[in-house]
Design a protein around this ligand. Structure first.
Ligand SMILES: [Zn+2]
Length: 394
């Protein structure tokens, strides 16, 4: 059971504590920060790119944000008598709070509906930071199961609330892990962006999902079809539970890429059952351990939780899933996005998805078993592994 306690930081930003036991009394933020401007003048802007039809957030005020501070200046460690941080508590478990340097928000509301060249608007939306642990070092993969389960509950809670804010079209929880990915704080944490538009990637995926949803007369979503086919094929499977499966996608883009998807049609975290959240927690921890086990050292990654956009039609068709990617292509080498990928969005992967799946199945987590409550998944070793297929199986 997760207990949620709400409070405000001294500049007015919202902070929420997620605890495994009741009784938290939120402490006062003693920093006496200047109240932030909550209107359009306190926000960045979004500009419309008429050539691509995509929105771009311009957040020049973020340049002054904290960058890789030493441990004794970390803004998301617990506060001490001598040093007040973003979290006015001497201890905590999981915390979500509004980012002090947001790309989107704090203003909320609709952006222009028929944009063209020259259209700009206040960057409405919301950016939150989610801290996974009071401990400055470590990683998500090292969290005990109970703590990871609380993070899942926090993602679910925030997804439901942020989805209900005015003008929000998409809620995106994610974690950037490792300085190689561009992390600006070492302390284990993730973020949640609530966008006032459907992001380009979600838009492209939603369009194919909507087409498939129509073609199957609303019997099976595209993600359900893909997960069913991956499970039948087996050659790219990594983990298989009762409610979720993890697999390297048929057309993986990155040297390390793995998806974790439910077996039924689910739009987002908030729509998962408690049993599904339990299993998701165990499978995610297992997966992260394997990712670090591939090279025997912490691997930079982006954990992107895709959720159905809050737009009519998209919500029914598009499925919730994790896309975990890493640019690490060898123990000491990273893939950089160059001409084809960065300019054209056309990926070239140097390794077959089937080979990556085999490495992830064989990988051993460098961390102790996550402990109580772990769902022991079926591994792909139980499958009959087939040769890599040439086309999508029927
Ligand atoms: Zn810290």
């Amino acid at each position: 059971m997760t207990h949620v306690t709400r409070s405000r930081l001294s500049d007015g930003r919202e902070i929420l504590y997620f605890d495994e036991a009741p009784g938290r009394v939120p402490a006062t933020d003693l920093r006496g920060l200047t109240p932030r401007a909550t209107g359009a003048d306190g926000s960045g802007e979004v500009r419309f790119d008429a050539l691509s039809g995509e929105w771009v957030a311009v957040a020049a005020h973020r340049q002054s944000r904290t960058h890789l501070p030493p441990a004794d200046e970390c803004p998301i460690c617990p506060s001490t008598p001598g040093r007040s941080t973003e979290i006015p508590a001497d201890d905590y478990q999981v915390v979500a709070f509004e980012n002090r340097f947001p790309s989107l928000g704090p203003v909320l509301g609709e952006i222009p509906g028929n944009p063209g060249w020259g259209t700009l608007a206040p960057a409405s939306g919301r950016c939150e930071v989610v801290t996974f642990t009071p401990s400055h070092t470590g990683s998500f993969a090292e969290l005990p199961w109970d703590r990871a389960r609380t993070v899942v509950e926090a993602w679910s809670h925030r997804t439901a609330e942020l989805s209900a804010l005015p003008g929000i079209r998409q809620v995106f929880p994610f974690e950037n892990r490792g300085a190689d990915i561009g992390v600006t704080l070492h302390h284990p944490h993730g973020q949640i962006y609530a966008y006032p538009y459907v992001t380009p990637r979600a838009e492209a995926m939603a369009r194919t999902a909507v087409a498939h949803w129509g073609e199957t007369a609303h019997r099976e979503s595209l993600l359900e079809t893909v997960v069913r086919q991956e499970r039948q094929d087996g050659s790219r499977m990594v983990l298989e539970g009762e409610h979720f499966s993890a697999y390297v996608p048929f057309a993986a883009r990155w040297p390390l890429e793995v998806h974790l998807a439910p077996h039924r049609r689910v739009p987002d975290f908030a729509a998962l059952t408690p049993e599904e959240k339990d299993e998701l927690t165990g499978l995610y921890l297992d997966l992260l351990g394997r990712v670090d086990g591939v090279y025997g050292s912490p691997t930079p990654y982006i954990a992107a939780w895709h959720q159905a956009p809050l737009a009519p039609g998209y919500r029914e068709a598009m499925g919730f899933h994790l896309q975990l990617t890493s640019p690490r292509r060898a123990a000491d080498k990273l893939k950089y996005l160059a001409g084809s990928e960065a300019a054209m969005g056309a990926f070239i992967n140097d390794v077959t998805p089937e080979a990556v799946a085999a490495r992830l199945r064989a990988a051993v987590s460098p961390y102790p078993a996550p402990g109580r409550g772990v769902v022991v998944p079926h591994t792909a070793a139980l499958h009959t592994i087939t040769a890599p297929t040439q086309g999508l199986p029927a």
